[in-house]
Structure formats: structure tokens, C-alpha cells
Design a protein around this ligand. Structure first.
Ligand code: ZN
Length: 134
């Protein structure tokens, strides 16, 4: 692997990570503003959910279009597909296992795509709130 590829890749990774953080912050601050109390990145729970409402037994995952292979925008990088593809597939499978474990422990799971947060922010918030009120 040459250096250019490596530095390009880490630049891409930084962009993806900072985008993820941005959508988490946006969702959290809105939910917080509505008066709901939650914890974030609870390490003891399977899959480290992004937002956890312990008293409601609800967890929220914000799934990056890239890391979770969204059917619309997952765009596997053209270079080094043999590196990315198994990695992303594994990630998707892990998410399924996490869902199963959490369900067995009695959690309700909300998974929101990055593109939903970006394009339908209000709808995402509504989905969270209506699940909390069930
Ligand atoms: Zn997407």
C-alpha cells in the first residue's frame, strides 16, 4: 500500500467520523431540549448505542450510510475493495447480532440512517418521541 492511498484513506475516515458526530450532537441536543433525559454511548450495552433512555428501555443507533452500507449511499471505496467489503459486511452482521441481544434484554431499538437525520430530521425526532411514549 502506498503512502498517498493511506493518507487519503485516513482523510476520508476523518470526514466520515466528524459527520457522524455532527448528526449525534444534533439529535441529542434536540431531544434534550424537549426535556428527555438520556445517556450516551453506554459501554455496558451491546453495540454501544448512541443514545440510551434507561427509564424507557429505549436505545437509539445513528447508522452512518457508509459504515452500515445504506442501500442508497453506501458507495464502497473504489480502491481496495477487498479491504473494505468484508469489513463493512462484518459491521452489518454485528449490528444484526446487537439488535437481537438488545431485544432479548427487553430494549426497544430505533435505528436511524444518517441520510434520514440529514433529510428528515423532524421525522427522526418524532420517531424517537413516539417510541418513548409507547
Ligand atoms: Zn443513506
Amino acid at each position: 500500500m502506498d503512502n498517498l492511498t493511506r493518507s487519503q484513506r485516513s482523510k476520508n475516515m476523518r470526514n466520515i467520523r466528524s459527520k457522524d458526530t455532527l448528526m449525534e450532537t444534533k439529535i441529542r441536543s434536540c431531544i434534550h431540549g424537549l426535556g428527555f433525559r438520556f445517556r450516551k454511548n453506554v459501554l455496558e450495552l451491546p453495540g454501544k448505542p448512541d443514545i440510551v433512555f434507561p427509564s424507557y428501555k429505549v436505545v437509539v443507533f445513528l447508522d452512518s450510510c457508509f459504515w452500515h452500507m445504506c442501500p442508497y449511499h453506501h458507495n464502497i471505496p473504489k480502491t481496495r475493495r477487498s479491504y473494505w467489503f468484508p469489513k463493512l459486511i462484518r459491521n452489518k452482521e454485528r449490528a444484526k447480532e446487537v439488535n437481537k441481544k438488545l431485544k432479548n434484554e427487553g430494549w426497544k431499538i430505533i435505528r436511524l440512517w444518517e441520510h434520514q437525520v440529514k433529510n428528515n430530521f423532524d421525522k427522526c425526532i418524532m420517531e424517537i418521541i413516539s417510541t418513548l411514549r409507547l
